[in-house]
Design a protein around this ligand. Structure first.
Ligand code: GLU
Length: 426
């Protein structure tokens, strides 16, 4: 049984390596992060007391370009989780072929317990603590669980106070008013949605007329936008959504606009009694085991495990969260012919539009929404095809194929900086 999320992440590296032409020293180098920083962040609370928060930033690899990855505010953040997330970012950026390495940051905090002013002081304090290690061409942070445009704006502003100049490319996921990109808000979900549309063609679902039932776990930035995108698509019917308190289920389809608007305004799920006839409450556990065609884990790691994988009835698992399936779950789902569109491909839309944002910041020329959507769709479709074909030709699961596909870009980059091949005797 795997307990450490970072060790579990490394198992995927070994599986991918078996199908890639990578030198053993490359794999060895990819087993440890280049840099891992722990910082303490003193924050003056509203009641006058001082609290010290612990934060981390990991630069996992920057061979293909500056490290890239979000900052998570969560009470369960651990060094192993931050390393795993930074490792996944390294493979995600390589998988979709954007010129970044991988990084990640986190702060141990339950953000809901902080006032807005305390949250601002914490965000600015975190940036002050890690500023020496980040930069437009070094390591570029972004939002992740419980962080969004407002926090990115505070951090970007703090960085400019420290350096004395505005450098919007230091961080992505900013509000559009201060150099953010149009289309970054729903990019994670949209990238996953484009992957699903490609898979739909491969499976012949696009030739059928009955809408496919979908269950979504997580109603934050990724899950909420995914629900809205699928709701507008006649080929799908969203039957269940949930947040960390629990969910709503209606076999005939939920009123997503009402549910999502309510959640956005109140941060709470609309009561089942207000959701229309036939809607009932459902636990997160039961949602994962629902009779549906597509299951979208869009919240946190390790929700599909050896304990429940055999009860997953969906035909497709679209991983909008990072690391929702454990390696043991992967094996069970593979045996049961469940197709997983793996996180490093399925949720890469977020970092891809972050790349567009960074490019716009560097050039000072800003794109319209149509261009963002069009470039994202083309990128996701092309990389999906690469991973899908590799999986098919080698009869392997899409996760192993995605790692091999990423290694095909990572290995030559790392190897161009030197391996024992360079020193081998003629
Ligand atoms: N946190 C997101 C992810 O896990 C986005 C990272 C980014 O935009 O740099 O992919």
């Amino acid at each position: 049984m795997t307990t450490d999320v970072f060790s579990a992440a490394l198992q995927r590296l070994d599986m991918g390596a078996a199908h890639a032409n990578a030198h053993s020293e490359t794999i060895l180098r990819l087993r440890s992060p280049k840099q891992f920083i722990e910082v303490s962040i003193p924050v003056r609370m509203d009641d006058g007391s001082l609290r010290i928060f612990t934060g981390y930033r990991c630069k996992y690899d920057d061979t293909r370009g500056p490290a890239k990855g979000g900052i998570r505010f969560h009470e369960d953040v651990t060094p192993a989780e931050v390393k795993a997330l930074a490792f996944w970012m390294t493979f995600k950026c390589a998988c979709v072929g954007i010129p970044f390495g991988g990084g990640k940051g986190g702060v141990i905090v339950e953000p809901r317990t902080l006032s807005t002013a305390e949250l601002e002081r914490l965000s600015r304090g975190y940036m002050r603590a890690i500023a020496f290690a980040v930069g437009t061409d070094i390591d570029v942070p972004a939002p992740d669980v419980n962080t969004g445009p407002m926090i990115m704006a505070w951090m970007s502003d703090e960085y400019s106070v420290l350096t004395g100049r505005r450098d919007p490319g230091i961080i992505t996921g900013k509000p559009v008013a201060v150099g953010g990109s149009l289309g970054r808000d729903d990019a994670t979900a949209r990238g996953g949605y484009y992957c699903l549309k490609e898979l739909e063609k491969q499976l012949g679902w696009d030739r059928e007329n009955t809408p496919r039932p979908v269950a979504i776990q997580g109603f934050g930035n990724a899950g909420d936008h995914m629900a809205r995108l699928l709701d507008r698509d006649a080929r799908f019917r969203v039957v269940a959504v949930s947040d960390h308190h629990g969910g709503r289920f209606n076999p005939d389809g939920l009123d997503i606009t009402r549910l999502a608007d309510h959640k956005e305004k109140t941060h709470k799920m609309l009561p089942a009694s207000d959701c229309g006839r036939g809607t009932r409450e459902i636990s997160n556990k039961d949602l994962l085991e629902l009779e549906c065609d597509v299951l979208v884990p869009a919240a946190i790691e390790n929700v599909i495990t050896a304990d429940n994988a055999a009860r997953v009835k969906a035909k497709v698992v679209l991983e909008l969260a990072n690391g929702p399936c454990t390696p043991e779950a992967d094996a069970i789902l593979w045996k049961n012919k469940v197709i997983i569109i793996p996180d490093i491909l399925a949720n890469a839309g977020g970092v891809t539009v972050s790349y567009f944002e960074w490019t716009q910041n560097k050039t000072g020329y800003y794109w319209d929404l149509l261009r963002v959507h069009d470039e994202l769709r083309r990128k996701m479709a092309a990389e999906f095809a690469g991973v899908f074909e590799l999986a098919k030709s080698r009869a392997i699961d899409m996760r192993t194929a995605a790692y091999a596909h990423a290694l095909a870009r990572l290995a030559p980059a790392l190897e161009s900086t030197g391996t024992s091949r360079n020193y081998a005797k003629e």
